[in-house]
Design a protein around this ligand. Sequence first.
Ligand SMILES: Cc1cc2nc3c(=O)[nH]c(=O)nc-3n(C[C@H](O)[C@H](O)[C@H](O)COP(=O)(O)OP(=O)(O)OC[C@H]3O[C@@H](n4cnc5c(N)ncnc54)[C@H](O)[C@@H]3O)c2cc1C
Length: 396
Amino acid sequence: MSPVTNQYDIIVVGAGPAGALTARTAAENGAKVLIIEEHEKAGTPVYCAEGLSHKGFMDSGLEPVEPLIAQKIHKIKVYVPSGKSISITHKEIEGYCLNREHYDKALADSAEAAGAVMMNFTKVLGVIKKNGVVVGVRAVRDGEEFEIRAPLTIGADGHASIIRRSAGLKRYFDDYGVTAQWTITDLDLEEPDASEIIIGSVVPGAYVWVFPKSKTVANVGLGIRADRSRPAIQVLDDFINSDPRFKGKPRERKTGGICPSTGTLDKIVVDGMMLVGDSAGMVIPLSGAGIHTAIVAGKIAGKVGAEAVNEGNVSAERLFEYHRLFDDAWGKNLRDSKRMLDLADKLTDVEMNKVADMIRQEDILDLVNGRKVIRTIIGIALRDPLFSLRFLSKLL
Ligand SMILES: Cc1cc2nc3c(=O)[nH]c(=O)nc-3n(C[C@H](O)[C@H](O)[C@H](O)COP(=O)(O)OP(=O)(O)OC[C@H]3O[C@@H](n4cnc5c(N)ncnc54)[C@H](O)[C@@H]3O)c2cc1C
């Protein structure tokens, strides 16, 4: 295949939420955009528990209707090691369990509707550099290698990003969770509108999620950051077999993958290239959620990218505006969430149970969203002065 040149302003690699929103926004801002996706269509296969807040959904510019959503969520129940659960019902946690194959496809379709061109079944092998500047990508389709050149390349190709690695940026994330998940059917869930999070020694060194897709179907998964001595899928199978709701029920789909827990990487732009979404580490460390951040980042990257190309200046200095704007929007939340995750690592089960006795719904919302983290923790500890000294010295 002969090289493709001068046809596009921007090459977006990956048609997940980050790539679709980047491509859509760049096209809306006048850029000629090519999206390259290695799979047959966006959203398939699914690597996700499919949870998204209502705010996140609305930020993506789509209507929360079937088949994009499977189930509305009105409650989150957090279980601590003692078995006690804390229920959170607040408009901030209202959201959906998605059908991600439909949701991602709809996002990609919206990018195409805005004028972006989709090239499926095409795997990018790495960036092309000229005098240190990224000027395009090498790709393979039907066994044939070829080059595509454009002023700006945007890596939206997930946590293992070949764009990031081939451009000479970070190869691996310093902190990450390994996940495994089954979609289980034939259930009879009591509260299909309630997502569950189970933390602590119920599953040692891990946390479990149960995200219902209906009364009869749920994504049941687990993430492990610390003790990786056993494969995540084995630990998950043990959990499923220990829970009478799930034991022996048909398992429809197995998935899993890596969730970066570092927050945004220090360097996500170089001359001629930007990273968006998981490829840039933009996952909320405490929850492992990355759809909403990918959407916000994509919208900023698409706009800044289109403007930079239009100005004929795709230097790292010019593209840094995107990093700065994303940091203004989400940087503090991600950093505080990472801090919260590191603090949670230090708690014993006994301490976690004690915190569960003292914590209030609004504290959990603040902590999960990375707001007022230190003030909230001190506030919780001070509810029991005897406990507070030991607890605070350990955490702070
Ligand atoms: C098990 C699991 C459960 C999760 N649950 C949730 C959840 O409930 N809620 C939430 O918000 N987040 C969740 N996440 C995280 C979420 O899935 C990601 O943060 C989100 O998908 C990031 O979007 P993205 O567009 O950056 O990357 P991706 O969605 O990973 O998209 C990357 C795209 O790039 C394509 N691609 C990759 N390499 C190449 C290449 N070389 N050439 C061409 N194309 C390529 C891929 O095929 C893919 O389409 C979960 C993650 C896992 C692993």
